[in-house]
Ligand binder design. Sequence first.
Ligand code: GDP
Ligand code: MG
Length: 162
Amino acid sequence: LDPVLAIVGRPNVGKSTLVNRILGRREAVVEDTPGVTRDRVSYPATWNGRNFTLVDTGGWVHDAKGIHARVADQAGIAADMADAVLFVVDSNVGATATDEAVVRMLRRKKKPVILVANKVDDMVQEADASALWSLGFGQPYPVSALHGRGTADMLDAAMEVL
Ligand code: GDP
Ligand code: MG
């Protein structure tokens, strides 16, 4: 069975865009409106000759729980079924309270986490990515899921822990 790499993070940080970038085709649904991705969707993927299963997350029904708890729960469920996690944060926005809730959830899961600072579309924005060291998952990988910038280094790092 192929190892599972789950992509988690709050709505609109670019998880589905990153899935499409890794797959090399537009399969995951990207939306300007948050919350479009169905709960969890799995895709067969390959990097440097290694096969793995990529899991996109998102899609929460509105219920009594607040957004922080819903996003953290989704991340927790995905982490449980994964061998490693890509935790995506919007580097233009920085760490939000929802991101902090995901951090607390991922800590409990004790799975390897690669911290992805997405939307670093150019070199100038790399300084924003550095601020995410504060989340405590080590080096943030500056990535532009939209343009493909930095995704090779990010995947190399993911393969080392998968
Ligand atoms: P998800 O909710 O986390 O799955 O986020 P989506 O992949 O649906 O993307 C949300 C929005 O962010 C869309 O408008 C994307 O085009 C945009 N987006 C995603 N990645 C990037 C990126 O690297 N740079 C920029 N500038 N926008 C991005
Ligand atoms: Mg999505």
